[in-house]
Each structure stands twice: as structure tokens, then as C-alpha cells.
Ligand binder design. Structure first.
Ligand code: COA
Length: 197
């Protein structure tokens, strides 16, 4: 029986694995980038480093098979990402040597932390990333992870929460609408959803 529990440092390899295996708009991104740590270094590990108390995993008794990571304050997180996190890891990723589709764009996007400042960021200051391996999807665990985060953010007095999904990730978009988010903005490739707390 799978359960939700706080993240532990020993979960890191599982989180990296989950991030890669769900990182292509919900599908498997294995082999998409020249280094498998690129997606986790942008979308999972910095959140855990920055505020490990906003990271939870789904544990099937043997390993983590899903996770949710978040920040309560996107403006502060974006500053820390630009000043501390990305300079620490960017040396692993050289856009000039990258020839894989999408890799250069992801590195350039990560280098521009202003990308996190959606237009309603002050009304929805927290943001999250959630990924579950296919084996654990559709069992209500995504909803429970979101509820776990919302309970904690509410205790902290955070006013709102947002996330951005790939516009082609129709499953995730349906999920966010079902768990109470509404669309805030949309550009060609992505949709941002928000929920006031
Ligand atoms: C998107 C994701 C987090 C949803 O988690 P989940 O555990 O599968 O979702 P739940 O079982 O908790 O579903 C909650 C509600 O959303 C709905 N839902 C979930 N996935 C859905 C889908 N693909 N299509 C339509 N509705 C969906 C469920 O029907 C349920 O509705 P209900 O409670 O009103 O009956 C999970 O499927 C996932 O990790 N996918 C791959 C990675 C990904 O795309 N992450 C998001 C990147 S932005």
C-alpha cells in the first residue's frame, strides 16, 4: 500500500529517476538530454535544497514512486535559484556542446530565473512540481499530495499557489482543473494555473 511521507535525503536517486521518466510533458524523457540530471537540476532538486519541508514522496514500501516539491515564495526562490543554485550546477551543462532538441532551450530558460515570475505571482506566491510514475497514477495520490501541500501552505499563511504545465500535457491539465486550479495565463507552449488559499 503506497503512502505519502516527507522527503528524506535517501530519496534523491528515486526523485531523479521519477523526474526523468515523467519529464517529457508527462511521458518518459529518458535519453532526451545529454545528461540525465538536467531536468532534475531545474525542476526538482533545487526545491528540495531550498525548502526540504515542502517536499513529499509517495512510498510504495520499497522506494519513492512519486513526489511533490514546492516553494512558498516564488520571488525569493527565483533570486536564490539565480544567485546560488544555478551557478553551482550550470557547469555540467554547456549549451554550446549540446545538439539535442530542446536541451539548449531548457538551459537558456533555467539561466533566466525571471521565467518563474508569472504575472500574478504576488497573488499566487507559491508554486509546485508534481510527478508520479505511471504505476501510481490515477489512484488519488496526486490529489492527496496537493492537499498535503495546501495544508502546509495554509498553516504558513501563504495567499495562493500556482504551477505551469506544458500545453500538450492534457492529462496534467485535466488533473489541475479537477483539484481546484483555474487557468491564469497561457502562451504557445505552456499554461499557468492558480489556486487562492
Ligand atoms: C498529473 C498527475 C500528477 C496526476 O496525479 P494522479 O495521482 O494520477 O491523479 P489523481 O488520481 O489524484 O486524480 C485526481 C483527479 O484528477 C483527475 N485526473 C487525473 N489524471 C487525469 C487525466 N490524465 N485525465 C483526466 N482526469 C485526470 C482524476 O480523474 C481525479 O478526478 P476526481 O478526483 O474528481 O475523480 C500524475 O498523473 C502524473 O504525475 N503524471 C505524469 C507527470 C506529469 O505530467 N506531471 C505534471 C507536470 S506539469
Amino acid at each position: 500500500m503506497s503512502s505519502i511521507r516527507p522527503y528524506r535525503p535517501s530519496d534523491m536517486d528515486d526523485v531523479i529517476d521519477i523526474c526523468v521518466r515523467t519529464g517529457d510533458s508527462g511521458a518518459d524523457a529518458t535519453g532526451k538530454f545529454s545528461r540525465s540530471t538536467l531536468l532534475p537540476d531545474v525542476y526538482a532538486l533545487p526545491y528540495i535544497r531550498h525548502d526540504p519541508s515542502l517536499a513529499w514522496v509517495v512510498d510504495d514500501g520499497e522506494r519513492a514512486i512519486g513526489y511533490l516539491v514546492a516553494t512558498a515564495d516564488t520571488r525569493e526562490f527565483a533570486r536564490w535559484f539565480a544567485d546560488a543554485w544555478w551557478p553551482e550546477v550550470v557547469g555540467r551543462y554547456r549549451p554550446s556542446t549540446s545538439e539535442r532538441p530542446g536541451e539548449r532551450g531548457l538551459i537558456e530558460s533555467a539561466s533566466n530565473s525571471a521565467r518563474m515570475l508569472v504575472s500574478d505571482v504576488d497573488a499566487y506566491p507559491a508554486h509546485l512540481h508534481i510527478d508520479l510514475l505511471p504505476v501510481t497514477q490515477g489512484q488519488g495520490l496526486g490529489r492527496r499530495l496537493i492537499d498535503t501541500l495546501i495544508t502546509e501552505l495554509t498553516v504558513r499563511g501563504v495567499a495562493g499557489l500556482h504551477l505551469t504545465a506544458g500545453a500538450s500535457n492534457v492529462g496534467a491539465i485535466a488533473f489541475y482543473e479537477r483539484v481546484g486550479f483555474h487557468e491564469l495565463e497561457r502562451d504557445g507552449g505552456s499554461v499557468t494555473f492558480g489556486k487562492r488559499l
